[in-house]
Write a protein that binds this ligand. Structure first.
Ligand code: HMS
Length: 232
């Protein structure tokens, strides 16, 4: 687990590097599927004080296996995402400001151009608010359930849509490992910023033509991908 702790620690440090977090408003985790254990940032620990040894090891039922700190308060959401999306290897949560602005507005981010289509197939969904009962019962766990249920309901493949907005909350992204999940968090923030500016400049703007979205998405993904995974 020491190597995974180091990887997840390094991935966490990329959040302030890419300006995706204010204070400690975010966290990254990464999983060892063979062991069925994942490593996550401790709750409330500042990024410039973080060390690899501070990382918390959890199992897929949400039990702490190792670590002197409490795991991130978002851990139950990470647990559900790992259980419901078995192909993912890393998860990121942030309140990055452009993506969170779309989340707070309760809006999906339409695909307005090839920057978006290169990484994400179709709109980035925004899931509804949780009900009072869902919030009181288990807010973070139910956030994960809501995300996974919404992907099923919309027929979205988490491998093709590695980002989601949670209404009035923030953004979750994922990837094959913790670093790719951070990469996708940077992409989500950039496309959120461009989409907001795009609507400001032209309130009647339409999503990019489907053929263009397909060309760009499938050029980098799938059987005929021009780029290998990880080259994106
Ligand atoms: O979403 C929130 C708070 O709204 C949390 O993600 C954020 O503050 C980070 O919490 P942790 O320090 O990871 O427990």
């Amino acid at each position: 687990m020491e190597q995974l702790k180091k990887e997840v620690y390094e991935a966490n440090l990329l959040l302030p590097k890419y300006d995706l977090v204010t204070f400690t408003w975010g966290n990254v985790s990464g999983i060892d599927r063979e062991k069925g254990l994942f490593v996550i940032k401790p709750s409330g620990v500042e990024y410039d004080k973080l060390t690899p040894e501070d990382m918390v090891v959890m199992d897929l039922e949400g039990n702490k296996v190792e670590g002197r700190y409490n795991p991130s308060s978002d851990t139950p959401t990470h647990v559900v995402l790992y259980n419901r999306f078995p192909q993912i290897g890393g998860v990121v949560h942030t309140h990055s400001s452009w993506a969170t602005s779309w989340a707070q507005a309760g809006r999906d981010i339409p695909c307005y151009g090839t920057t978006h289509a290169d990484y994400i197939y179709g709109e980035i969904p925004c899931v509804r608010n949780l009900t009072r009962e869902e919030i009181e019962e288990a807010y973070e766990r139910n956030t994960g359930v809501l995300i996974a249920d919404e992907f099923e309901a919309r027929g979205k493949d988490p491998a093709a849509v590695p980002a989601v907005l949670c209404k009035n909350h923030g953004v979750f992204t994922w990837g094959k490992d913790a670093h790719e999940a951070v990469h996708n968090a940077v992409v989500a923030e950039e496309v959120a910023k461009m989409a907001a500016r795009c609507e400001m400049l032209n309130p009647q703007v339409e999503p990019a033509p489907q053929e263009l979205q397909d060309k760009h998405y499938y050029r980098k993904h799938g059987a005929n991908a021009y780029y290998g995974q990880g080259d994106q």
